[in-house]
Design a protein around this ligand. Structure first.
Ligand SMILES: Nc1nc2c(c(=O)[nH]1)N[C@H]1C(S)=C(S)[C@@H](COP(=O)(O)O)O[C@H]1N2
Ligand SMILES: [Mo]
Length: 204
C-alpha cells in the first residue's frame, strides 16, 4: 500500500498523464533531466568582455556592458520548455531581463529579430514574439548563475517556441525588415517553431 503513495514527480511523464495534462505539446514527453544540446564547443566569455547589443533596424542602437545589464530590473519566471528532440521540462525557474526592458525607448523599423551569439549561432524570430512579457535574457537558472553549458553568462529565453530559439551565449539582437533564417532554420528547421502546432521542420 505505502508504495503507491510514492510520487514519481514528473519523471518520464507521458503527455496523457493527468498530472501534466494540457501542459505537454504533441509528440513531447516530460523529463526531469536538463539535457545539453549545443551545435559546437561551449564558449567562455568573461563578464569583462561581455556586452549586449540591440542593432540593425533600430533607432538608436543600444549596448549594455555586463555591469549595466545586471543593474537593469529583472524578472523571475517559472516556465515550461520544449525541445524539438521531444523532451519537455516543466516549471523551470529562471532570472533575467525582459526584452521589454531592453526595447524600452527604442524605435524598431523592422518586424523580425536575429539573435546572435558567441560561437556564431543565430536564430530568427518575429519581433512581436519577444515583446509583451514573452522573452528574457536569462542569467540565472534555479537560483544559480547560468552554467556555461546551458548558455551562461546569458541566454535568450523564449519558452513559447521550441527551445532552439532560446539562443545560448547570446550577445545581441539584430532587428531586420525581412525574416532571415538562422542556423537551424537554414538547415531545415521550421521558421517559427510553435510546439503546440508541432512546427518542427520546414513545411510542418
Ligand atoms: N548558441 C547556441 N544556442 C543554442 C544552441 C546552440 O547549439 N548554440 N542549441 C539550441 C538547441 S537545439 C536547444 S534544444 C537548446 C538547448 O539548451 P540546453 O543545452 O540548455 O538544454 O539551446 C538552443 N540554443
Ligand atoms: Mo533542440
Amino acid at each position: 500500500m505505502a508504495g503507491s503513495f510514492i510520487s514519481r514527480g514528473f519523471r518520464g511523464r507521458r503527455r496523457e498523464d493527468p498530472a501534466v495534462a494540457g501542459r505537454v505539446p504533441p509528440g513531447q514527453y516530460v523529463t526531469p533531466d536538463f539535457p545539453v544540446l549545443s551545435a559546437g564547443p561551449t564558449p567562455h566569455t568573461s563578464p569583462r568582455e561581455w556586452d549586449f547589443t540591440l542593432n540593425g533596424a533600430v533607432d538608436p542602437v543600444r549596448r549594455w556592458t555586463w555591469e549595466e545589464f545586471r543593474a537593469l530590473p529583472r524578472d523571475t519566471v517559472t516556465v515550461d520548455i520544449h525541445c524539438v528532440t521531444k523532451w519537455s521540462k516543466l516549471d523551470t525557474v529562471w532570472e533575467g531581463v525582459s526584452l521589454d526592458t531592453l526595447f524600452a525607448g527604442i524605435e524598431p523599423r523592422g518586424a523580425f529579430v536575429t539573435a546572435f551569439c558567441d560561437g556564431g549561432y543565430t536564430t530568427n524570430l518575429p519581433l512581436r514574439d519577444v515583446l509583451d512579457g514573452q522573452a528574457w535574457i536569462a542569467f540565472a537558472y534555479g537560483e544559480e548563475p547560468l552554467a556555461a553549458e546551458h548558455g551562461g553568462p546569458a541566454r535568450l529565453l523564449v519558452p513559447h517556441l521550441y527551445f532552439w530559439k532560446s539562443a545560448k551565449w547570446v550577445r545581441g539582437l539584430t532587428v531586420t525588415e525581412r525574416d532571415r533564417p538562422g542556423f537551424w532554420e537554414s538547415l531545415g528547421y521550421h521558421d517559427y517553431g510553435d510546439p503546440w502546432r508541432e512546427q518542427r521542420y520546414q513545411g510542418d
